[in-house]
Design a protein around this ligand. Structure first.
Ligand code: COA
Length: 217
């Protein structure tokens, strides 16, 4: 199976205006059922979505989510610009996916996750549409590589592979089979060696909170 290659669609040989969703070349079976079936809206998350997003993530991952190694790369940081997505049905948040700046050794990349869909909406293509939109936006913004920790069975159809992360180490324990990478630009992760570190802008309120917490402890 070939990896998906996100790119704008074209009309009569001319590049079409970029709109979210449905403008992929679909080489992955993962997308087959979902293109052309818009049953919901996916857009950039707003500050007003944060409460519903946190409730959704608690429901999807449980309380242990804050102890995950990937969380060390996200805590106290802002997600990458334009890459925090909220899926909504009639205004109600039903899906979430965010991406974060990291350094994979010396290579600038994104960390994808967490990805979650509300239970009542699962197995209808929502996860795939969030993935498609996020990867399309990342490629359009010029990002060259994406890493994640997740189930290969779900992420391989999008082109993610363990072979891209063999030279990399996460800052904590992880099941290595779940540590996957995707090159949006061919060869982007070829020279990636060493530890993965957070590189996103500081989320100042959270950062101040963490400092105050440490001082009080
Ligand atoms: C993973 C998740 C986001 C998928 O959302 P979704 O909207 O149901 O995804 P899609 O409809 O695009 O795909 C559903 C398919 O993926 C499969 N799938 C879901 N999670 C999977 C996983 N962890 N590994 C392998 N396959 C998985 C489902 O079985 C389903 O298969 P089917 O179409 O043959 O029934 C959702 O199940 C969820 O929120 N799970 C809890 C949080 C989580 O585990 N997130 C990270 C995944 S590693």
């Amino acid at each position: 199976m070939r990896a998906i290659v996100p790119r704008p669609s074209s009309i009569n040989g001319r590049e079409a205006p970029i709109t979210p969703i449905s403008n992929f070349d679909v080489d992955a079976s993962a997308f087959a059922q979902v293109i052309g079936k818009p049953f919901l809206a996916i857009a950039s998350e707003t500050p007003a979505d944060s409460g519903a997003r946190e409730r959704l993530l608690d429901e999807a991952f449980g309380a242990a989510r804050s102890g995950k190694t990937a969380e060390r790369l996200r805590a106290g940081r802002l997600p990458a610009q334009g890459l925090a997505l909220a899926a909504k049905d009639a205004g109600k948040l039903i899906g979430s996916l965010r991406m974060w700046h990291i350094l994979a050794g010396e290579v600038s990349a994104l960390l994808l996750g967490p990805l979650a869909a509300a239970k009542a909406y699962r197995s209808r293509g929502l996860g795939r549409r969030l993935m498609g939109e996020a990867l399309f936006r990342a490629a359009r913004a010029g990002h060259k590589a994406v890493l994640l920790v997740g189930d290969a069975a779900y992420y391989e159809p999008f082109g993610f592979s363990r072979r891209h992360t063999l030279g990399l180490v996460l800052p904590g324990p992880v099941d290595e089979a779940r540590f996957l990478g995707l090159e949006l630009k061919g060869g982007a992760l070829q020279a990636a060696r060493g530890v993965v570190v957070a590189a996103g802008a500081r989320d100042l309120p959270a950062y101040r909170g963490a400092i105050e917490f440490r001082r009080a402890a």
